[in-house]
Design a protein around this ligand. Structure first.
Ligand code: I6G
Length: 671
């Protein structure tokens, strides 16, 4: 083998150092100073040198991260210092009790200094460096013995292959949590779905599955990250006096440490940190499942010692679990405002995400098929924040023999109308329309809700009661309710009835946008309703607008335009609107968006124009507010005809559409 000349040796060394530094800046400091392509150039340069002079290759060269062959099995590794577990606390009382125990054992009443750290939902790992070089890495396993996952750990770019700096201990064992970020997890599953591969249930499973891969080339493709939280065996340097200083040392050696970590004095400050992080949790790019409090002073830690495999100086204050397992006892089908049929799982009640949950949405039949959900299955249910609980995955190993397939009913469970499924649409719909009691109820609930007509007191239960007793059929009927009628309802005192009437009266003063949103036109949400109100200013113009005119409103495409036209074309809907206005619903006219002279007009250009290109003519028209369409239809207002015009001219003549030749068109633009 050719030995590299000294100049090349030092060039390779310099490149390795540069690449390591850029890696550190990118992955640990999140502060890169070169682009990805510049990084690639350096990397390729080093690879080329090493290919020319293989003697240059060192095991800790950045080119040597990914092994080339799969392992047969993982070897066992005994942890010299066991990897303990943490005691859990689930309430404020348990945290306060922990702090009291710490005080009692230390015979002190002084407030204790704690390090507060987010607890990541990942996989605990130990990485050992000998003479500064990565020697081996192992999973936690049972705490005593783990699996040797060195090859896989080496593929994670944010883990250094040697410690940063010039001086380092003989042995340095760092411990941390390997995880996959929320976005990394979503990307991984999107790709897996595309390739027809297994979907991961959650980021934790994805991280664990990726580390426990026998082929490091596969692990290298997974978006694994690491935060370090402590040390194990250390030889050759003095261990700092405080946990916070140990964290600083870990960082100094080139490892990522969570930037959210904070030192707090006294348990009250810790609880404040917990609240702060519980709030911040959804904004973090990774999942956390609680906060770990650790006594900061290492001497005090030693005095406190351990109990049954957990340190007495630390506590994991868990957030309410967002995912738990339970059994699907049945599946029912709910009918929404637009007739959408949603399968809902009736669950054996479980406490998840801070509440007891007995229903979870299954979204639609495609989702049921994709996740292979059966009645009787044990499933993972997720409830995060105020989001509707959903079934994340089936635990297939627990499927009983009696598990039943789920079938979409043929008729609506409420009105028995036919259920239709449209090719290419995941959602099945009841065809009953306003004949369907469920759809009517949902339409009224939608109408009354806070962001629409804001009728306080007209809640879901009352709407059900009003429709079931036939006091109300449609939204317009709620404004005809009398004190007698309301007071006659079960559980409705006269005072509440009067309050509701007052609220109804108050709701009559509204805005056009709120009213449009409240009508429940398909695909017209809050933002679209606002745009419509801004564009049309008042209701009559909107009601008479055609699809093309509607499409000139920002964000309205052909489908939404069709839904709007169809809604106002329905006599029943127009009657209801009239009745609502007659009851006194009113709003101030909205100042219209700047009206352009050709707003609402549709043009078609055909043939060759002499004075402008097709693009220029189109731009001129659009600047005046017109819409330019590619084909002639009954909705076309003008066809501009150049030389050699073909079938479009003929069609325009057949439909009797106004035709402009180039001279007329120029005059038209001028005026
Ligand atoms: O499993 C763990 C996660 C996070 C830990 C831990 C931690 O600190 C932030 N700390 C210790 C001391 C242990 N396990 C044993």
């Amino acid at each position: 083998m050719t030995v590299a000349p000294p100049k090349i040796v030092s060039e390779a060394e310099k490149l390795r150092h540069e690449i390591d530094e850029h890696n550190y800046r990118y992955h640990v400091l999140d502060d890169p100073i070169i682009s990805d392509s510049e990084y690639d150039v350096l990397f390729q340069k080093l690879k080329k040198l090493e290919a020319e002079y293989p003697t240059l290759i060192t095991p800790d060269s950045p080119t040597q991260r990914v092994g080339s062959k799969p392992l047969k099995e993982f070897k066992e590794v005994k942890h010299e210092i066991p990897m303990l577990s943490l005691e859990n606390g689930f309430s404020e009382e348990e945290v306060v009790a922990f702090d009291e125990r710490v005080h009692q054992r230390l015979h002190t009443t002084d407030p204790i200094e704690y390090v507060c750290e987010p607890k990541l939902d990942g996989l605990a790992i130990s990485i050992v460096y000998e003479k500064g070089k990565l020697a081996f890495a192992a999973t936690r396993g049972d705490g005593e013995v783990g699996e040797d996952v060195t090859e896989n750990i080496r593929t994670i770019l944010m883990i250094p292959l040697h410690l940063r700096g010039k001086e380092f201990p003989k042995v340095f064992e760092v411990r941390g949590e390997v995880y996959i970020s929320k976005s990394g997890f979503e990307k991984l599953n999107r790709e897996a779905e595309k390739k027809g591969e297994k979907i991961f249930v959650n980021p934790r499973n994805a991280a664990a599955g990726s580390i426990r891969q026998l082929d490091p080339r596969i692990t290298a493709t997974r978006p694994l990250s690491l935060f370090c939280y402590g040390v194990g065996v250390i030889e050759g340097i003095k261990i700092p006096d405080k946990h916070s200083e140990i964290l600083a040392l870990i960082k100094q050696f080139g490892f990522p440490v969570n930037p959210e970590i904070k030192v707090s004095t006294g348990i009250k400050a810790c609880l404040k940190y917990y609240e702060h992080m519980a709030e911040k949790r959804k904004k973090l790019t990774y999942e956390i499942d609680g906060i770990v409090y650790k006594v900061n002073d290492i001497d005090l830690q030693k005095k406190l010692g351990f109990v049954s495999r957990a340190p007495r100086w630390a506590l994991a204050h868990k957030f309410p679990a967002e995912e738990v397992s339970t059994v699907i006892e049945d599946v029912e089908f709910q009918v929404g405002r637009t007739g959408a049929i949603t399968p809902v799982a009736r669950l054996k009640p479980v406490f998840v995400g801070g509440a007891t949950v007995s229903n979870a949405t299954l979204h639609n039949m495609d989702e049921i098929q994709r996740k292979d959900i059966h009645i009787g299955d044990t499933v993972l249910v997720r409830r995060a924040g105020d989001v509707i609980p959903e079934v994340v995955a089936v635990i297939k190993s627990k499927r009983p023999r009696s598990a039943k397939k789920i079938h979409l009913p043929k008729v609506c469970p409420v009105c028995h109308s036919h259920i239709e499924t449209i090719e290419g649409e995941a959602v099945a719909r009841c065809t009953g329309g306003l004949f369907c009691r469920a759809q009517r109820k949902e339409a009224i609930k939608h109408f009354a809700s806070r962001r629409m007509m804001n009728i306080e007191g007209l809640g879901d239960k009352l709407v059900d009661q009003l429709v079931d007793t036939k006091l109300v059929d449609h939204v317009s009927d709620v404004y005809k309710l009398t004190l007698d009628q309301l007071s006659s309802l079960e559980r409705m005192a006269e005072k509440s009835a009067q309050n509701l009437l007052d609220e109804l009266e108050k709701s009559k003063k509204t805005t056009l946008a709120r009213f449009l949103h409240a009508l429940g036109i398909r695909d017209v949400g809050e933002a679209t309703a606002k745009e419509l109100a801004r564009h049309f200013g008042d209701l009559p113009d909107l009601m008479s607008a055609n699809e093309e005119e509607l499409q000139s409103v920002p964000d309205i495409g052909p489908i939404v335009a069709k839904h709007i036209v169809a809604f106002f074309a329905e006599k029943h809907n127009r009657d209801i609107i009239q009745q609502l206005i007659k009851s006194g619903i009113h709003w101030e006219k909205v100042a219209r968006a700047k009206q352009l002279p050709l707003q609402g007009k549709t043009f078609v250009l055909t043939g060759t124009l002499k004075s402008f290109s097709r693009e220029e003519a189109k731009e001129k028209l659009e600047n005046l507010g017109a819409k330019v369409s590619g084909s002639v239809s009954a909705k076309t207002h003008y066809v501009v005809v150049g030389e050699d015009a073909g079938s479009k001219l003929k069609k325009a003549q057949e439909l009797g559409i106004k035709i402009l030749d180039e001279e007329e068109f120029k005059k038209f633009l001028h005026h």
